[in-house]
Design a protein around this ligand. Structure first.
Ligand code: DOR
Ligand code: ZN
Length: 425
């Protein structure tokens, strides 16, 4: 294994220092380090963060390898500064058995660019009718700990209760896509002023808030862990704030796009902005930013949702919801929060690693910890060109926008997956 000497780097915003990486671990941190056998990486002006961890990634394999594969999505993740991603279960076939989660896990190992931790489905086929084999997935080689029907809400309260009860035994987590389906039938965007003006059917904020309110009560009743996917409304933040104050075991995520983009984007009728939950209002964005800074929302998760051209470049009503996120998430976080490195490390690495139980991830570079880290150039600015993304899909909502920050290098267990801003393999 090659050793790497990273010089002049600011570790999570601290004073510049050197980092020696050897045998997959951080061997030393300090000024004036030397190692004859090490490859030197001049990191003057760069910031080292613990490798980012994404709790919500759609990798599309098996089934939609035209949109993304475990390998292409892993490469996109590494280029975005990630060292671990949790792969959502809405593949085809659905990841609702030990066999499918093991397949995804094995593909992740073979790609070797990030750690791919499969999420298992809560219900068979995401149909919301019968619990999937949660225990078998937990006991499989993939060691599933998070279960989600994401893309669909587990709408049946009795099923949600049973799922929470089932995972309690092994401290598992149910990650809910909170959307009351009866309130969002036919919805194309957020219900509000813009939807009225455009004549598009809207989905109201309360469709999300009602499910979160119900589920925090269920989680409290059962004593299990609930994670709320892609929180998008100010009202949801208030429900979470109250639940956390009562000590409910709930965590929550917000996506980069819900921190930046409003429903006014729908005025373009460009389906790249169609996503579920939908883009909301400026007031929602303000509440989400504040909640993330305070910790009422625990993490940023991408909801990276690649879609093939024919599923996105069509009429708004026929387009699939979802947008790319892995290769731009850190830039959006920098754009929204500025160089608050400790906040970024907490919300994009340490806390998501802890929620997912990913040992060796989410730990700041220090002697003796696994060398899972990323180097960011905060002074760089880049124009997002969809054709240059590593994802197999092109549906980024940030096309041709200039965004701050660039990932210069990413290390997974001491081996670079990205160097000089390029994927190593
Ligand atoms: O916009 C979305 N896209 N929301 C989801 O919940 C699912 C995702 C997808 O799989 O494309
Ligand atoms: Zn979702």
């Amino acid at each position: 294994m090659t050793a790497y000497l990273i010089t002049g780097v600011s570790v999570v915003g601290g004073e510049p220092t050197d980092l020696l990486i050897r045998d997959g671990m951080v061997a030393a941190v300090g000024d004036g380090l030397a190692a004859d056998d090490a490859t030197v990486v001049d990191a003057t002006g760069l910031v080292a963060l613990p490798g980012l961890v994404d709790l919500h990634t759609h990798l599309r394999e098996p089934g939609r390898e035209d949109a993304e594969t475990v390998e292409s999505g892993s490469r996109a993740a590494a280029l975005g500064g990630y060292t671990a991603v949790c792969a959502m279960a809405n593949t085809s076939p659905v990841a609702d058995t030990a066999g499918v989660v093991e397949q995804v896990w094995r593909l992740g190992r073979e790609a070797g660019l990030v750690d791919v931790q499969p999420i298992g489905a809560v219900t068979v086929g995401l149909a919301g009718e019968r619990l999937a084999e949660l225990g078998a997935m937990a006991d499989s080689a993939a060691g599933v700990r998070i279960f989600s029907d994401d893309g669909h809400c587990v709408a049946d309260p009795r099923l949600m209760r049973r799922a929470l009860e089932y995972v309690k035994a092994f401290d598992g987590v149910i990650a809910q896509h909170a959307e009351e389906p009866r309130l969002t039938e036919g919805a194309q965007m957020h219900e509000g002023e813009v939807s009225t003006r455009l004549g598009l059917t809207g989905g109201p904020a309360v469709a999300e808030e009602a499910i979160i309110a119900r589920d925090v009560l269920l989680a409290e009743h059962v004593g299990s862990r609930l994670h709320v996917c892609h929180v998008s409304t100010a009202g949801s933040v208030e429900v979470l704030r109250q639940a956390k104050a009562r000590g409910v075991r709930v965590t929550a995520e917000v996506t980069p796009h819900h921190l930046l983009l409003t429903d006014a984007k729908a005025e373009s009728y460009d389906p790249v902005f169609k996503v579920n939950p939908p883009l909301r209002t400026a007031a929602d964005i303000a509440a989400l930013r504040e909640a993330l800074a305070e910790g009422v929302i625990d993490i940023i998760a991408t909801d990276h949702a690649p879609h093939a051209v024919e599923d996105k470049e069509c009429e708004w009503a026929y387009a699939r919801p979802g947008m790319l996120g892995l290769e731009t998430a850190l830039s959006i976080a920098l754009d929204v929060f500025g160089p608050r490195w400790d906040l970024i490390a907490e919300r994009m690495s340490r806390t998501p690693a802890r929620i997912a139980g990913l040992t060796g991830h989410g730990v700041d570079p220090a002697p003796g910890v696994p060398a899972n880290l990323t180097l960011v150039d905060p002074a760089a600015r880049r124009v997002i060109e969809p054709a240059e993304l590593a994802s197999r899909s092109r549906n980024t909502p940030y096309a041709r926008m200039t965004l701050p920050g660039r990932i210069v290098a990413t290390f997974l267990r001491g081996e670079p997956t990205v160097l000089d801003g390029k994927a190593v393999k």
